[in-house]
Design a binder for this molecule. Structure first.
Ligand SMILES: [Zn+2]
Length: 222
């Protein structure tokens, strides 16, 4: 489709070429592979921006689909631009592990209970020093690109893969060692990106007594 739209002499062609060769993750979600070029400000509404390189963002197919031709009607309804909106100096992404009873009541499970269901919930929680409008924008970005369910899926897929290392920590020193292990994973993931879903996930798990005391087996089992 873009092959036809962006011919060899189209001004956006270098961005498109770069997008396809790029090994980095999509700047909108941090998860998907870069496959397409998004017009940050839609060309249907801002045709004069259609060829401006800075308006052409290499992103993943899911984010491109989620955004469609959406045009912001105000500052708070602009999705983040990776070149101009650097919000990653501060922590703004957090997660929590929620456990539920059989009748769906949310409660904080304690060891050795077996809650009927559990959920990792991701949410935007910027520092209070942030301008309220910027905080709204990050929430808007989070909503438009459906980052909460995306990160929940990533977390569900990730936990079985770290279960053995958690089990080994548990056997060696119980819940305190599990917590130390998870906090180490979070620190390691935070070095390149402190708002990685993995940082939020491992911190949330480390903060949950039930999880660290053996609940991890139930969570890893799905
Ligand atoms: Zn994406």
């Amino acid at each position: 489709m873009y092959e036809r739209r962006m011919g060899p002499h189209h001004p956006g062609r270098p961005v498109y070429e770069e997008a396809l060769n790029r090994k980095t993750k999509c700047p909108m979600c941090g998860v998907g592979a870069v496959r397409q070029v998004d017009h940050h400000m839609p060309k249907s509404i801002y045709p004069y921006l259609a060829a401006v390189p800075v308006n052409l963002l290499p992103i993943c197919s899911d984010c491109n689909f989620a955004k469609k031709d959406r045009a912001p009607s105000c500052y708070e309804e602009q999705t983040l631009h990776p070149y101009f909106d650097d919000v990653d100096d501060d922590r703004w992404l957090r997660a929590r592990l929620i456990t539920r009873t059989a009748d769906g009541q949310v409660y904080r499970a304690k060891p050795p209970e077996s809650p009927t269901s559990w959920l990792i919930e991701f949410y935007v929680d910027p520092p209070s020093s942030w301008d309220a409008r910027l905080a709204e924008r990050v929430r808007f970005h989070f909503e438009i690109f459906k980052l909460a369910p995306l990160f929940e899926d990533q977390a569900a897929g990730d936990i079985p893969g770290i279960e053995l290392s958690i089990e080994e920590a548990f056997q060696a020193g119980g819940a305190p060692d599990v917590r130390t292990h998870l906090e180490g994973l979070a620190r390691s993931r935070a070095r390149p990106n402190k708002n990685s879903w993995m940082v939020a996930l491992y911190e949330a798990l480390a903060a949950h007594d039930w999880f660290c005391n053996g609940g991890f087996r139930q969570v890893a089992a799905g």
